[in-house]
Design a protein around this ligand. Structure first.
Ligand code: ACO
Length: 362
């Protein structure tokens, strides 16, 4: 039996394809590089949802329906429970998501997509002693999230960067949280049940990852001059460099490229801390060289977490909320997979192999 179900095919999907050898991610027929940087989150959501809901509205009405769902969720949660500010952002978000209706229709799906986009900025603000900011009618999902975070309209470059991030992480094959969402949907439970279960799976450090430690690494390096000796010291001590290597990708993670282009645009338009970015780029190139020497037989390239950390920091998200922001994007993928699984009508129920003690004679 394959440990961790590695290489086991557990579902057929039309939603996304991850090719780790070619370094390719395809979302419903669209290569990631064709959509990340030019599509809004609503566009990829519409693509993922097509065929899985009755009467999916055309893109313009779909964007308006998602905006209306954000307003509905904000109203339903106001006043926000102040004790949630004492919890980690992710746990507070998960608690509020669990209160949403557990339907399977488009309205339920849109509420679930809208909710983390409303809740994450609200809880960040409450933790900082500020009041939550209501959604603004007429904005896109990414623009509204940034406006609710900062209580000010974000410029076009920052909105485009968040859209690029959300599109990039919207779906990624049968990862642990997506599989979880499909298992729950196969029991005919509602979409909120699938999403809350998937949130549990995403939280673990082996999955939702911790782009926060990439920033801890940059803080520890401190300066360009210190980068080479610091990296050499870490590798000599057997430590791993955060933001490098991947279980599936044996070549460069295509999501890293998509996010790196978005960061370049932020940097060139004065929307990111240039010193931080210069340090990060220097650390990346020194790390890649050092990893080649350290593990000549094991390709260890930059992964999605390295650039996620830089992008979300530049957009003003605190580092301990990066996994919550990941969930904002991935919720769309979970819902599409849950709907796709439900259409098969088949309960997911694998077998286990008993290796315990033999039954005692009566
Ligand atoms: N720095 C230094 N050495 C590394 C790194 C790294 N980032 N990644 C792997 N290696 C080394 C390991 O020490 C190991 O060496 P060994 O054979 O001498 O023991 C070898 O490469 C193979 O490592 P595995 O753990 O077997 O590789 P796996 O594919 O299982 O690991 C993982 C993938 C967990 C992402 C790993 O590369 C890692 O720990 N990276 C750093 C953390 C990180 O960036 N995580 C985010 C990943 S992206 C995501 O999950 C969305």
């Amino acid at each position: 039996m394959a440990g961790g179900l590695e290489d086991v095919i557990a579902a057929e999907t039309v939603l996304s394809d991850v090719d780790g050898l070619a370094g390719r991610l395809v979302i419903r027929g669209m290569p990631l590089e064709a959509i990340a940087g030019s599509w809004r989150y609503e566009d990829v959501l519409h693509l993922l949802f097509e065929g899985f809901f009755d009467a999916l509205p055309a893109p313009t009405e779909f964007t308006a329906a998602l905006a209306a769902a954000r307003a509905e969720v904000f109203t339903a949660l106001t006043p926000f429970d102040p004790t949630l500010a004492d919890l980690p952002n992710y746990d507070g978000m998960r608690a509020l998501m669990a209160r949403l209706p557990d339907g399977t229709d488009l309205a339920s799906a849109l509420r679930l997509v809208a909710a983390p986009g409303v809740i994450v900025p609200a809880l960040i603000r409450m933790t900082e002693g500020k009041s939550p900011v209501a959604p603004t009618p007429g904005l896109t999902h990414a623009a509204d999230i940034l406006a609710m975070l900062a209580d000010a309209a974000a410029n076009a470059e920052r909105v485009a960067a968040l859209d690029t991030y959300l599109v990039t992480v919207a779906d990624h094959g049968l990862n642990a949280s997506t599989f979880t969402a499909r298992v729950v949907a196969s029991t005919q439970a509602g979409l909120a049940s699938s999403v809350v279960a998937a949130l549990g799976a995403l939280k673990g450090p082996l999955h939702g990852g911790a782009p926060g430690p990439v920033l801890d690494m940059l803080d520890a390096v401190g300066s360009v001059e210190n980068a080479a000796p610091w990296i050499a010291g870490e590798l000599a001590r057997g430590q791993r460099l955060m933001g490098f290597g991947h279980r599936i990708y044996r070549v460069r993670d295509p999501r890293a490229d998509a996010l790196s282009r978005a960061i370049d645009r932020l940097r060139s338009t004065g929307n990111a801390d240039v010193t931080r970015m210069s340090l990060a780029l220097k650390v990346e190139s020194i790390a890649l060289e050092a990893l080649k020497r350290h593990k000549p037989d094991r390709p260890l390239a930059t992964n999605v977490e390295f650039y996620t950390a830089l992008l979300l920091e530049a957009l003003g998200f605190p580092r301990d909320t990066f996994t919550s922001v990941f969930a904002i994007g991935r919720t769309g993928g979970w819902i599409a997979h849950a709907r796709e699984q439900a259409t098969t009508g088949k309960l997911i129920r694998p077998k286990s192999s008993y290796v315990g003690p033999t039954p005692l004679a009566a």
